[in-house]
Ligand binder design. Structure first.
Ligand SMILES: NC(=O)c1ccc[n+]([C@@H]2O[C@H](COP(=O)([O-])OP(=O)(O)OC[C@H]3O[C@@H](n4cnc5c(N)ncnc54)[C@H](OP(=O)(O)O)[C@@H]3O)[C@@H](O)[C@H]2O)c1
Length: 224
């Protein structure tokens, strides 16, 4: 049985991925920032709640240290939109730094913390829910969010290089424009559609595909 650790299952794509993975018979370890935020996921067979903030190294070390089982797939999903503004208009620099902390350093610290559990799997996989907005060729608005996703793309590519010899495959991905608190009600697809595609990607990821960037529907992105 596959164990999938997903960050940010309180709502949005993370919650939909947890439900999709459970429906396929996988075990899910899901993280939220408060014990009250797991909702009915807590009542589901195969679900293990983990309370942590992805920016807290102490919380990550404690959670990872308490975990005895292997993690087969880690999905770094938790993220924030951050302050709006282009490079010349953004003025909330604390918000900018927080965006980098959550969206870029968060996935790095989570992967570092749970690496021993991924190695125990024998064929661990790491997925990073990034965004097409991190593409270096894309627009200039929402520069905090874009920069955080560009940074996490580099982190994902570098992790792929470093983890290849351990047989751990790494993928960056764009989940689509999704109807969540972050994506808004006009977005293209539902969290459930995105989640199905991402869990398909996770199941199909192999070491020969490591270090690449995928769309939620399984197509590969050349530019990112
Ligand atoms: N929706 C889209 O159209 C879209 C497009 C491209 C990429 N993405 C990416 O997809 C991922 C999920 O987005 P979403 O649309 O599902 O967003 P969402 O509905 O706003 O949910 C974000 C999730 O991240 C968690 N989170 C935020 N900060 C955290 C922290 N410091 N530590 C732990 N968890 C934290 C939230 O927990 P709380 O409930 O505690 O805040 C929540 O569970 C994000 O990485 C986002 O950048 C989304």
């Amino acid at each position: 049985m596959t164990t999938i650790l997903i960050t940010g299952v309180s709502r949005g794509i993370g919650r939909a991925m947890a439900l999709e993975a459970l429906s396929r018979g996988h075990k899910v370890i899901g993280t939220a920032r408060s014990d009250d935020d797991f909702g009915d996921l807590k009542d589901r067979d195969g679900f293990t709640p983990l309370v942590l903030d992805v920016t807290s190294r102490d919380a990550l070390a404690k959670a990872a240290g308490a975990l005895s089982q292997p993690v087969d797939i880690l999905i770094n999903n938790a993220g924030i939109k951050g302050p709006s503004g282009s490079p010349l208009s953004v003025d909330d620099m604390d918000g900018f730094m927080q965006t980098l902390q959550v969206n870029a350093l968060g996935p790095l610290m989570v992967t570092q913390a749970f690496l021993p559990a991924l190695k125990k799997s024998g064929a661990g996989k790491v997925l990073i829910v990034s965004s097409q907005m991190g593409d270096l060729n894309a627009d200039t608005g929402n520069i905090a969010y874009r920069t955080s996703k560009t940074a996490v793309n580099k982190i994902g590519r570098a992790l792929a290089t470093e983890l290849r010899d351990d047989g751990i495959a790494v993928a960056n991905l764009h989940p689509g424009w999704v109807r969540t608190d972050m994506g808004g009600s006009s977005a293209d697809i539902t969290p459930e559609e995105s989640a199905k595609g991402i869990i398909d990607l996770a199941e199909g990821l192999t070491i020969d595909k490591t270090g690449r960037f995928w769309n939620w529907d399984g197509s590969e992105r050349e530019s990112w």
